[in-house]
Design a protein around this ligand. Structure first.
Ligand code: TYM
Length: 339
């Protein structure tokens, strides 16, 4: 079998299942922008089919999809440079997702920690879609023969599964068709933690709004949440090692580093020895400076939903032009008649 070399292509997605958090921004969107500027072809999706694996009110889903698109654009994704679209407009995702449902194994899915977390104690009552979620995610990525996927740390297991699906498909059919995708989990903020509890991930589903910074928060709200963020009584250390047993301190330093495009070590060189009473106002200034222009621009874009829909329609056309030939070839490999 000759080895196929796949040209680099970046894909990633976010669920339009609620507001965007600082975790989504630092762990994902900000990295999407970096990759867009690297000159590689980039596709960024609003994964609405994934969102409905748990109940979504239809009007909210529509609003959240547009707001997510507005967040992408306000943060620096340019529809002329990146392909921006919502998943359900490109039916090849769902079609390849079905084929991958037949490639992936029940045992693989049962090991997925995100399913266990989301289904909770009542797994019998979770949707079948939630169980099969990672197979559709593999399809999102592989329908474009994507080679690189920027995500936060919580998606690592899903990306390993994507590699397993590609490997099994290639092996079962004796082809070298799907690439073995590289996760790109880099930077200072691959896992932004709750502002109220350094052992919990910052999440849109946390019942406490004070636990997260929302991308729609205004300057005053951002400042209030950072001032109230949990810390410890000690001064900041001068080296990253000193943050090991201090999850809340580490989280705030990571956020500072990611917002300021610095390494954690560089931040600590500047702020080592300072108390939180000094560091927090620095973080407030930085966060407000970097985030308030994004929320203002999001609000402006949301005034023209027709323009957002137009951008998503155009992105979907471009995405389909890449996905459809790969889907046809997949059907052919599997043995489906195309006449
Ligand atoms: P979702 O919608 O939960 O999160 C979107 C992205 O944000 C990252 N993220 C975080 N990063 C750092 N710290 C946090 N606290 C934090 N919270 C969220 C996530 O890691 C993710 O990168 N399954 C995906 C959506 C998806 C997808 C895909 C991603 C569907 N198909 C294909 C990549 C490729 C998800 O639930 O993301």
């Amino acid at each position: 079998m000759t080895e196929v070399v796949h040209t680099p292509r970046v894909f990633s997605g976010i669920q339009p299942s609620g507001g965007l958090t600082l975790g989504n921004y630092l762990g994902a969107i900000k990295r999407f922008v970096d990759m867009q500027e690297s000159g590689i072809e980039t596709l960024y999706c609003m994964v609405d089919l994934h969102a409905i694996t748990v109940w979504q009110d239809p009007a909210d889903l529509r609003h959240n999809t547009r707001e997510l698109a507005a967040g992408y654009i306000a943060a620096g994704l340019d529809p002329a440079k990146s392909i921006l679209f919502n998943q359900s407009q490109v039916s090849a995702h769902a079609e390849l997702g079905w084929i991958f449902n037949c490639v992936a194994r029940m045992g693989w899915m049962k090991r997925m920690t995100q399913f266990k977390d989301k289904a909770g104690k009542n797994a019998e009552n979770a949707s079948l879609g939630l169980f099969g979620y990672p197979a559709l995610m593999a399809a999102d990525i592989l329908i474009y023969h994507s080679t690189h996927v920027p995500v936060g740390e919580d998606q690592k297991q899903h990306l390993e599964l994507t590699r397993d699906v590609a490997t099994k498909f290639n092996h079962d059919f004796g082809v070298d068709f799907f690439p073995i995708t590289e996760p790109v989990i880099e930077g200072a903020a691959t896992r932004v933690m709750s502002l109220r509890d350094g052992s919990k991930k910052m999440s849109k589903s946390d019942p406490s709004d004070a636990s997260r910074i929302n991308m729609t928060d205004d300057a005053e709200t951002i400042a209030k949440k950072i001032r109230k963020a949990k810390t410890d009584p000690d001064a900041l250390p001068s080296e990253a090692d000193g943050l090991k047993e201090r999850p809340e301190a580490r989280n705030l330093v990571n956020i500072f580093a990611a917002l300021n495009d610095q390494s954690v070590d560089a931040v600590l060189t500047d702020v080592g020895g300072k108390q939180f009473s000094e560091f927090k106002p620095m973080l407030v200034d930085l966060a407000v400076e970097k985030l308030s222009s994004i929320s203002t621009e999001m609000a402006r874009l949301m005034n023209d939903p027709a323009e957002i829909d137009r951008i998503l329609g155009e992105g979907s056309n471009r995405a389909r032009a890449i996905a459809n030939p790969i889907l046809q070839k997949t059907y052919d490999i599997v043995g489906m008649i195309r006449s």
